[in-house]
Design a protein around this ligand. Structure first.
Ligand code: SF4
Length: 84
């Protein structure tokens, strides 16, 4: 476990969408212990960056939820290319 599961105030801010989020559901219990997935979840889903999550912007702009492959930073988890 990385040492930044809390923000500077010592509070964990879990994104309110995490239970229905395809990215979070697919990668939060990643048995491969992928460091990239872990960093994205810690900084976005459990961290202060959830307010700027690109998945939320995608859903608002496109009218539908993105696939699990779209990370909260707007990059594809598989190809590492900017998707949104
Ligand atoms: S990927 Fe975005 S929408 Fe999904 S739980 Fe994380 S911060 Fe929330």
């Amino acid at each position: 476990m990385l040492p930044f599961d809390k923000n500077v105030y010592g509070v964990v801010f879990m994104c309110q969408r995490h239970q229905s989020c395809a990215f979070y559901c697919a990668h939060s219990k990643d048995s491969k212990n992928n460091i990239l997935h872990h960093l994205l979840i810690e900084t976005y889903c459990k961290g202060d960056f959830h307010e700027v999550c690109r998945r939320k912007g995608y859903e608002e702009d496109m009218g539908s939820a993105p696939l699990a492959d779209l990370g909260p930073n707007g990059y594809s988890i598989e190809s590492h290319r900017r998707v949104y």
